[in-house]
Design a protein around this ligand. Sequence first.
Ligand SMILES: *Cc1c(COP(=O)(O)O)cnc(C)c1O
Length: 348
Amino acid sequence: MKFNLDALIRPGIKALRPYSSARDEYTGKTGIFLDANENSLGSVVDADLNRYPDPYSTALRETLAKLKSIDSDNIFAGNGSDEAISLLMQIFIEPGKEKLLITPPTYGMYQVAAAIQGAGVIEVPLDEGFELNLEGLLDALCPQLKIIFLCSPNNPSANLLSQANIDLLLREFPGIVVIDEAYIDFCEQESWLPKLDRYPNLVILQTLSKAWGLAGARLGFAFASAEIVKLFLKVKAPYNLNVLTQRLALQALNQSARCCAMVRELLDEREKLSSALQKLACVEHVFRSDANFLLVRFKNCARVFTQLKKLGIIVRDRSKLPGCRDCLRITVGSKSENQALLSVLKEI
Ligand SMILES: *Cc1c(COP(=O)(O)O)cnc(C)c1O
């Protein structure tokens, strides 16, 4: 395959002259700042927030770069992975003309962002074992197709996708291949990050929303070639990450030991929950999980869902998705939450 980034970018984005913020022009830390029409006296609350944030989240990206052993030029920091997903479409997909590809059942935001962008969506469903249908994927490649979204471990099926299949796609497809690693911290396999050098068309998504326990803060990352990261920076809102989030994330990234400890506890709970569920009369099958949730096929899924909801236990009904007949997606809870769930299910 011949990968030509320049030819993939939408002409309007290539020609775009991005907004130049006041803080782009002067990056020194000290000085008398009269350039951005901020309030020079301070904030109305006790919070030191009168200055605009660093548009490039430099400190945060440098800290993350050390943690991940990559260069900060290969990192984009966004307002959740969702921002990175939308930006990818804005950069590469011409509305009404060009397309992306997804492999259902998968994360719903790819389709929503596609609809907003006016991107065509090609669907090549996963096979019965929730593995990529390689033949179907290779058949679907066409000139209008710009981005393939893969999610590994996949939401909602919870499994890792085969590395060999993804490697092949990365070699054969001359567009962008996104691997969404939102759940990578919960699985044995290592991230695709070390392969960034080998594949100029690879974009990896990670997030602080899951293992790091910061879903409320909204912080996600895209890892890619420096050229692709430059495009993200060109198209994003000038101040996409606020000061509070940047500060908090710096603190969080220094707590990786805590993150690992929580992951271990959740994995331990996941194994207990999985084996307890398998013994229940109402359960037909518990799928293997490489993530912090379980996909569970029930004998009477609708009844189980309603019963749980009535008792204040909310799970995600995924039964309408391809390959997910009668399936609920259950996040691994704390020990007591899992016990509460199991005791209700025992009565059904
Ligand atoms: C939860 C999740 C995310 C996280 O998105 P954020 O916007 O970073 O919270 C991304 N991808 C998948 C597949 C997810 O399940």
